[in-house]
Design a binder for this molecule. Sequence first.
Ligand code: FES
Length: 280
Amino acid sequence: MYRIVRKEALRPIVTLYEIEAPLVAKKAQPGQFIILRVDENGERIPITINDYNPEKGTVTIIVQTVGSTTEKLSHLNEGDCLHDFVGPLGKATETEGKKKVCVVGGGVGCAIAYPVLKKFHDCGAEVHAVVGFKSKDFVILEEDFQKSSDKLIVCTDDGSYGRKGLVTEALKDLIEEGNQYDEVFAIGPMVMMKFVSLTTQPYGIPTTVSMSPIMIDGTGMCGGCRLSVGGEMKFACVDGPDFDGHKVDWNLAVKRNQMYAEFEKHKHEETCNLFKKEVQ
Ligand code: FES
């Protein structure tokens, strides 16, 4: 059993959980994920690691409540235990040997971007960060980003905080200003990662995207995270989650992601309706 030692609401539906999992904490690296089960009969969901503390033996994850399992998780409190917490899984993000990088995060994807950014920083790279949110109310981890980056641009869609507009516009400006990045790392909604890749392509800047948002069970068996990279079929949970953004077939990936979102929405509605019937 894996005890929740800290639970903190970052935003109304975005929660940070620090979990006691010494073996996972000992081996975790940025970009990797865990699979958790809330209880014995629960479904397995993959969540990318936000932070880890090998000395304390804890792993931090940030979860947005979007479906029945994350809803169930949101009802647990400090001191409660998760039934399973398996990992670390997936390949770690390569962070060594870079002089200057830009990390781009969108929404809850920033929870995944943060450990990558921190590792780039700890490896001695000059780190620029561009993070985007819907509005001021959705901004998370700003202080953490500030501490580990040499330049931080916060964007909001509605201009209620930081710079108004898209992360891709801010990234383009940084490139046009003459910043020569060895790599751009992007994590966030699929469409955002697609346009980050399209933005950097004309400049020939190597671009890594984390496809963890499309993972479903994280086991390599459901096929939900299948994508085409450089003409080859890959699985985000087995071969990734990081891929070369310039080689991903984005049209296919976006289409699959939209289909899955639609399926999840209906599944969630069905679960809610069943639940409502049961309590009536
Ligand atoms: Fe199911 Fe990768 S998440 S195969």
